[in-house]
Ligand binder design. Sequence first.
Ligand code: BGC
Length: 696
Amino acid sequence: IEKRVDDLLSRMTLEEKILQLNQYTMGRNNNVNNIGEEVKKVPAEIGSLIYYDTNPTLRNNVQKKAMEESRLGIPIIFGYDAIHGFRTVYPISLGQACSWNPELVEKACAVTAQEARMSGVDWTFSPMIDVARDPRWGRVAEGYGEDPYTNGVFAAASVRGYQGDDMSAEDRIAACLKHYIGYGASEAGRDYVYTEISRQTLWDTYLLPYEMGVKAGAATLMSSFNDIPGSANHYTMTEILKERWGHDGFIVSDWGAIEQLKNQGLAANKKEAAVYAFNAGLEMDMMSHAYDRHMKELVEEGKITMAQVDESVRRVLRVKFRLGLFERPYTPVTSEKERFFRPQSMDIAAQLAAESMVLLKNENQILPLTDKKKIAVVGPMAKNGWDLLGSWCGHGKDTDVVMLYNGMATEFVGKAELRYALGCRTQADNRKGFEEALEAARWSDVVVLCLGEMMTWSGENASRSSIALPQIQEELAKELKKVGKPIVLVLVNGRPLELNRLEPISDAILEIWQPGVNGALPMAGILSGRINPSGKLAMTFPYSNGQIPIYYNRRKSGRGHQGFYKDITSDPLYPFGHGLSYTEFKYGVVTLSASKVKRGEKLSAEVTVTNTGKRDGLETVHWFISDPYCSITRPVKELKYFEKQSIKAGETKIFRFDIDLERDLGFVDGNGKRFLEAGEYYIQVKDQKVKIELTD
Ligand code: BGC
């Protein structure tokens, strides 16, 4: 590949090179947040296009122009946002993280890759791995929660799923880690705004997932909108990514991010913005028209070097070669039936949805509903397709979605009678439907109340000042409670919610996120007891808005016994890692292979988990490390490893964590330099804390 890249490069004109560094759009732009200049004519030499269609023929026609009408016949790379599925839509990424099952996520991403590639897309702008701790920010739905390591594990899993071992295969695509970097730190949860990130926090919190994704082989990255500045940062894009981590693919800007350097007050005009971005190491311009319009002039004026242009083009071509685009520029034409909703893809969707769902509360074992004969299925999410898809749902359609009511009907056929009532809409202040809902509740043995957020309330440019559900939905719940029947609250949402008023009303709460096309039956299966829930939260549910930001791995306080809120609890309602099962898991004592270790030695920890209940189940063990005294203060604890295993009733399984002293006990400073200090550490599993002593 390197020889072919060099050969091609040696034959390219400056104009041809510059066009390789630009991405335009093609087809209908279905992202309302991205209103760019319409490109009337796509040059045959263009480097990349965002492809909004699912029709391979359209792609092939455009590609034909590139192959036959451009002088060198360099294929275009077609990109698209296939975030949690292309057409077979999976649960949102935040839900996927709660499955703690990277193998399953990898499989889902492989399905996305297959559907996308067969539809004419070579490259997805996914995974989104921005650590996020403010649930008001709508984009928390797109990532894997509040923990850096968790984001890193799922980043690697997605990269493997999208790219496979060889991304030139006809069912694989290139991945793109985004948004590099620190976009999740958006102040007050507002999108696109300033982010204040110290170098120490950059390394401790934001870089790790990217490092893990790059190690897993991610072909590309996307630079972020936020003012760190993400899209003009030499330190992050060149020194860290390329020089330190040795990444040899390319970075694409986020949509218009280069031009936005003007609004952020860095560059006075587009030309200046191009200099900042390009010299910082940003190879491809998505829709700013900064590189295509100004780069030639900038080379001539000596503001950017030819060597850097060559290096950037080399990176773009390298990825195109790795994708096999030169050998197979065209997409074989197939029917939608051949591509989408394959039985195996739908099975993965169901399994991932099931494992993403988190049983938050189950008072008096109201669930599973084994003996209820009359079930009222109520609420704005019960017969709703769109909102179950979530934001960035690719080419998903509401008609693809199995609605919650229908899932219930299939699951409980012959076992219970169902009655449906809307009750209220997601937010319109109209109580007209209440009476019908109350009537259904009076008739029923149990109310399954399906509340939640509209799909448009999370995702990009979808921040909310309050993470509570709209008052009308809370009122409906309150009125239903008065009927006196047990209430099972099923939540469909794209972020953690404020549930302190709904929690006392509900006998059980099942968080199903936005579960995608095939989440209804798994949800009903959990309610019926056919499926034992196993999801655990990857993001803290605050007690109330006022606690935001709240996350488990905060740094320590000088007065741990003081500094609490006067008006509310300082604890979250549901902490990171919370999630109930229908069985009980009893943890043995955590044992270490040695309690004292020296640098360079091996160390491992084990814990047995016994399923002491009557049902088979899946359990995830989270292994945390804490370092009580360190020359750079550490968080109260940090997740370093997790593992999920299935454990049959009565069975005992061993969970093992092979500790890498440098990686797991060590820490980095604000320059990314790694240290390992002698002293005491603790390994933590649930409420057990076991000491490790490290000596020189
Ligand atoms: C979003 C990106 C997305 C891009 C292309 C931007 O507005 O921030 O996440 O990949 O648009 O659609």
